[in-house]
Ligand binder design. Sequence first.
Ligand code: ZN
Length: 288
Amino acid sequence: MPDTAFAHALTIDVEGFAESHAQSVHVDDSLLGADVNDREIAANLAVTLGLLAEHQSRATFFFLGRIAQTAPHLVKQVADAGHEIGCHSLFHRRITGQTPAEFRLQLADARNALEDASGRRVIGFRAPDFSIGAGNKWAFDELAAGGFRYDSSVVPTSLHDVYGMADVPQGIFRWPNGLIEFPLPILRVFGQALPIGGGGYFRLYPLSVTGSYFRKQMTRGIPSVFYIHPYEVGPRAPRLPGLSSLRRFRHYVRLGSGRERLSRLLGILPFTTMSEVLVRSGFLETSD
Ligand SMILES: [Zn+2]
């Protein structure tokens, strides 16, 4: 979709399928090597980048810092294609299990590696599994102290088993320390706050539900953020053996149709990077 004055933020959380799920289900060590994950990521990123080019859409790619260490060419490829590089922590480990000191060290390593690989400044962060909540708000101070300008890790709901922070605004806001927060969108249905920003929910809901939510927000002039993973767009996602049928459903439902579904969304709605949306909304001075 051609660029217009209004655009939502499109975000891609870059990680391998197995490393993404290693804290939710049992994953065999043989699937967790960087080489295995990087091969899968390379194949899926190629499809994702092709799709964005087709629709002239830009996006923010929140990369794991470890990918910038083991496959820096992938980070450079995305930056050279005109997209924004953000940070998705060093490894795909929830912040809820970390001390402030551990988080600080890994954050610095991740950011340095991503900036070296891309040749660009990295100012945005998203926690693995959106794992910043009421119990670890110190992470926002670490992010601000570490030079980050914005975070997009908060889901304003109390429904999910891992993440959520119910008592925050639903639009873009600033934490008291100045860090900008761009929360994931939620849909209010019968008093419940349902996440509607992408990922597994995008696969679970009919496309029309997601499309009409983002269209309605556009009519209101309120930018929202959508997220997806390369393994939901591209052709490769390894089978994880031993999953319960519920887990299998949750992790694999409609995985094969992600490219087509994302393509349809990009065809009807304008998307750009997080930084660009924050500039257009008056929260950032420049998206460079
Ligand atoms: Zn992730």
